[in-house]
Design a protein around this ligand. Structure first.
Ligand code: LLP
Length: 436
């Protein structure tokens, strides 16, 4: 029995074998070094400094392709918020994916990437008039409206049959963390199906001469594990399509497909999802005698999460009363997810091995909750060691902050033995630029 099996829930590592399913495709051990995209992690840490986020391009591309090939009939829309970066948006464009943006800022990155407007969807529960104007000016193909105020505002701003989808709250509990459960009633997203607001929104959009209703949209949450949650969503959404009396050409089921972050966790059953959702959609449409709408999905995390690895340097080791704390040069400013969602991570020491002991890896920020991972590291772990934390490709760069005025890390893309920054490290000059 391994130490990880003895200590369940722990993100084990530094053993002689890499945990399956967590690391970017093709990641290998070379002695005790970790080789990602053909580049040794020790070299990445030395060349680009720490903390540093490594992103394996081949993994991102192959996950994007997996969605496209599992659902060839669907439009696969990358959720741009999960990894906002023009270079990543360019990879998505070249893989034939569409892109969703939820603000003028994300749209500015898409524009910088030259992302084709006809494959951009804009959503968000609040779009300011600046967001809407930017979307109209760039000519994004669809805007997902999320409130009656927005329907009126967009109706007044748009001039020529802007294509619109309506965000519906289907009342489905996707059994995920409350902060990322967006399909249930009584929260800020979308128009409630149960209350009749969704039906009313359909009629309001149809009344606006400057808008053209093309579809319904929903997103039941993030880190969704069960395909059944999507099947139930399809049932409810098709029920609405059938009852509204308006031709609905597109049905967007949103994203949310889970990504494993600890050893032993399974990946999302993409093949099962494709089969069962396709089946449910065809069946429900046949029962209700409505044409089958074109399907859209919006994966974010499941494409980029496991392509990312963050490298940290150990700065201090404290043998506490009950635990050993290993403090690193990053923390909640590059990964607030443990504090926000109770997210768990694995950790591995790079560059050498040794007898393992349980430790708690903590960050450098002024909060006791700034904890990155529980794991197993060599008992003699010391300042200067490099640690690697996998599954950091989604919502890490996006959620990073300057807490304690710590500069945000770079993103280093790796592919075929070549490493290159696609986001540079933030500097104190960057920080000072905003202060008046
Ligand atoms: N579509 C819509 C409308 C969304 O709001 C989201 C994510 C997605 C698609 C993509 O979901 P994904 O496939 O990435 O799960 N910051 C949180 C996640 C928030 C998700 C927000 N919406 C986290 O770090 O877990």
């Amino acid at each position: 029995m391994t130490l990880a099996e003895l200590l369940p829930g722990i993100g084990c590592s530094t053993g002689p074998v890499l945990e399956e399913g967590l690391w970017p495709d093709g990641t290998a051990l070379s002695g005790s070094d970790l080789v990602i995209g053909g580049v040794p992690a020790t070299r990445l840490a030395a060349q680009f400094g720490t903390p540093c986020q490594v992103l394996d391009e081949a993994t991102v591309r192959s996950r994007a392709r997996a969605f496209a090939s599992a659902l060839p009939e669907a439009e696969v829309v990358f959720a741009g918020k999960s990894l906002p970066c023009p270079e990543v948006y360019r990879w998505m464009a070249s893989e034939g994916l569409s892109l969703d943006v939820s603000s003028a800022g994300e749209l500015a990155l898409a524009r910088a990437a030259g992302f084709p407007a006809e494959r951009i969807v804009m959503h968000g529960n609040v779009k300011t008039s600046e967001d809407l104007k930017a979307a109209l000016a760039y000519g994004v193909s669809r805007i997902v409206v999320d409130s009656f105020d927005e329907i009126a505002q967009l109706g007044a701003l748009a001039t020529h049959g802007q294509k619109v989808m309506i965000r519906v709250t289907p009342g489905v509990d996707a059994l995920t963390h409350a902060a990322i459960a967006t399909g249930v009633e009584d929260q800020k997203f979308g128009f409630s199906l149960a209350s009749g607001a969704a039906l009313e929104a359909i009629l309001r959009v149809v009344e606006q001469p400057s808008l053209r209703l093309v579809g319904l949209h929903c997103h039941i949450g993030s880190q969704v594990r069960h395909v059944a949650s999507y099947e139930e969503t399809v049932r409810r959404m098709v029920g609405l399509i059938a009852s509204c009396g308006v031709r609905i050409e597109q049905l967007d089921l949103g994203g949310g497909f889970c990504a494993p972050s600890l050893p032993g966790e399974s990946s999302f059953d993409l093949f099962g999802f494709a089969q069962r959702v396709r089946g449910a959609l065809n069946y429900e449409c046949a029962v209700h005698r409505v044409p089958v709408p074109a399907l859209l999905i919006e994966p974010g995390r499941s494409i980029v999460a496991n392509a990312g690895v963050t490298l940290y340097r150990v700065c201090a080791v404290k043998r506490g009363v009950a635990r050993t704390f290993v403090a690193v040069d990053g923390g909640m400013s590059d990964n607030p997810r443990p504090a926000l969602y109770g997210a768990k991570y694995a950790v591995r020491l790079v560059g050498r091995g040794g007898r393992l002991q349980p430790v708690t890896v903590v960050g450098r920020h002024c909060e006791a909750g700034d904890v990155l991972a529980d794991g197993l590291l060599p008992a003699d772990v010391h300042a200067g060691d490099v640690l690697a934390v996998p599954v950091t490709g989604a919502y890490h760069h996006a959620l990073a902050s300057n807490y304690n005025q710590v500069c945000r890390p770079p993103i280093i893309a790796v592919k075929d033995g070549i490493a290159r920054p696609i986001v540079r490290r933030e500097t104190e000059e960057d920080l000072l630029r905003r202060y008046v």
